[in-house]
Design a protein around this ligand. Sequence first.
Ligand code: UTP
Length: 478
Amino acid sequence: MTDVAEIRKTLEAHGQEHLLAFYDDLNEEQQDLLLNQLVAIDFDQIDDLSEQFVKHTPEVEIPSDLRPPETVPYGGGDQAEEARRRGEQLVAEGKVAAFTVAGGQGTRLGYEGPKGCFEATPVVNKPLFRLFAEKIRAAATRHRTTIPWYVMTSPINDTATKAHFRQNDYWGFSPKDVIFFEQGTMPAINYDGKLMLARPYRPATSPDGHGGSLTAMRKSGALDDMVDRGIEVISYFQVDNPLVNSIDATFIGLHDLAGAEMSAKALPKRHPLEKLGNFCVSDGTIHVIEYSDMPDNLAYATREDGRLKFSAGSIAIHIISREFVARLTEGGRCKLPWHRADKKVPYIDPETGEQVQPEQPNAVKLEMFVFDAMQMAEETVIYETRREEEFSPIKNADGADSPATSLHDQVRMWANWLERAGIEVPRDADGQVAAAIEISPLFADSADELAAKVDKSISISPGQSFYLGSRGQIGGSR
Ligand code: UTP
């Protein structure tokens, strides 16, 4: 039983006693709920963070010796064969797990429910979780092994995410091989350094960023579970990118051959200010500098041949060694830095009891970013990939990086695969694909696999919705 007098004393010592403003009006269950949440907050840490990030806006320090990183070219360059074989061996030996971070709020997309349930594909409207499940199952079948799938949720979507999997029979996965765990949260801090109540019995909190995945893996027991299963390598990706190659043997092999602790895929940026983190090197370590922090003179700097100097953009696809996560999270705390974001956080006025919907940002949300761990890795590999094959995220409701652009990119990729296999794809006068096309990852998850399996006599008519199902059967409609 949590003692309210004790908690009141702690709150008073930190100037946060307003969090108990409605305590006496709550029923017993709500009182317990509130107290349990309050004891879980480290108020000394909140004081420190408030000083560093709320009362002051920290200057992002940009090292003066930044230069572009070395990257491994698409395909793996000289190491292509060796890396692919090494990666395939690790997967086949059951040492690789898939890991999806799916704890975000998805506010920009504005979809009710976990983003992984969003129906994202062009013909079958598969939810993102189904698409990833099929990709991972396909990789497991290809390598005659089991690939466990860790899914990080957050308190805002954990119940709904698990229900979605249950209702859909885990999309063909064995339930014991889908491991959910919840990430931590961080209270929002208002501009006076106060925490806020979202409900009379609940402080306003939000998930602590995808960087919170590292500590959450340890605290939840997922890391121990990986040890038990013999997992050595984690293939990390976000829930919002339908094109991701979820288990890329060459990438895994490159990481392992280099003895890397954390590796990343990179894309040439479309333009100097594209909203991707920038891979840079300072003092021998990799830094990812956010697009908003990159000074213009560096963002626009070019090489002799006119290409951008800092062209390698981060697309949040990583290979992470399990032992690296264990090292970084030793003692239960991870040393990743916090990042500040100003947000409009609704709250209950402790004096009037009224719900306030601020029109302007009123509080600071603190998040950790997983790519900051790259700086702490002894060895890293930055592996170039191709945008059209690997990256088309669903971030916004419309415009760039939206469901519409992602559908377009999915159709274009699958159409290219079919054409490379010798199948004619209808295109309009501008060369755009003139049909909706989708291929099940369970049938083929790369251009080469498709070319080896597909019936070359199939034809696709203009305007057709064309789906190639798991056994190569044709679905969709004309
Ligand atoms: P985003 O940075 O796009 O954030 O997350 P978001 O919360 O999904 O969306 P907005 O900004 O509110 O519109 C990138 C990836 O990191 C995950 C997301 O689920 C997504 O896969 N993520 C983000 C977490 O798992 N936890 C977090 O606290 C934040």
